[in-house]
Design a protein around this ligand. Structure first.
Ligand code: SF4
Length: 219
């Protein structure tokens, strides 16, 4: 048993926040997403046609979308990006993972559906998602750099081997990305529980200075 899903709805699910074409539609879409997420192992059949989401859509006219050409293009591009074909049967979890990896994380979403009327919602959420991932990555580098700096007296090799990662931290600290991430934090748009020492006034600066001093002593 599998449910029919339009491929591009795998993208819509990523950033859905309860907005849609009508109240009936949003209630229905919210319910479908909850059902899919409550059992991600369930199978979906990817079809370029009206699906379980379209059921309550005011643009669904007797089983045909009023923007058929546009959504067909979205569907075909999602299939292509994910390396899938129409009619493929796949678990919802696996399909979701492919959409995240091949489209969202790869930065391809707006190339596919940038002309959608809801693009502004996804664009803003993507901006935050990218910042969160970047901050988490830099935070991990900072933590590891501090650990190696603390142990550098007895294990200088460890610190020397980590210089390429420290360079990434240095580049981040002087980049527009850091300024953008800092601005998001100031606007209170980052998740409350996100660890963000890299955005503190001198978190990275102090680590880089310690690294410089230690290298002068070691080398
Ligand atoms: S009918 Fe068209 S606009 Fe409505 S949910 Fe389906 S694809 Fe989207």
């Amino acid at each position: 048993m599998s449910r029919v899903l339009r491929p591009h709805h795998g993208m819509c699910f990523q950033f859905y926040e309860g907005k849609g074409y009508s109240e009936d539609f949003t209630d229905h879409m919210g319910r479908i997403i909850r059902e899919m997420e409550s059992d991600p192992s369930q199978m979906v059949r990817l079809k370029v046609m009206t699906d379980i989401v379209c059921e309550n859509c005011p643009n669904n006219e007797a089983g045909e979308c009023t923007t058929a050409d546009k959504v067909k293009r979205y569907d075909e591009e999602v299939l292509k990006a994910c390396g899938l074909a129409e009619g493929d049967k796949i678990s919802f979890a696996e399909f979701t993972e492919l959409v995240r990896e091949k489209i969202i994380d790869a930065g391809n979403r707006s190339d596919i559906c940038g002309d959608c009327s809801w693009d502004y919602i996804c664009r803003e959420k993507e901006r935050i998602l990218r910042a969160v991932r970047r901050i988490a990555k830099m935070e991990a580098i900072l933590d590891e750099a501090l650990r190696r700096l603390d142990n550098a007296e007895g294990a200088s090799e460890e610190l020397l081997e980590y210089q390429a990662e420290l360079k990434k931290l240095e580049e981040y600290y002087s980049s527009q990305d850091w300024k953008d991430d800092y601005a998001l934090d100031e606007e209170d748009l980052l998740p409350k529980d996100l660890k963000r020492g890299v955005l503190s006034e001198d978190g990275i600066y102090v680590a880089l200075e310690r690294n410089k001093e230690m290298l002068e002593r070691i080398e």
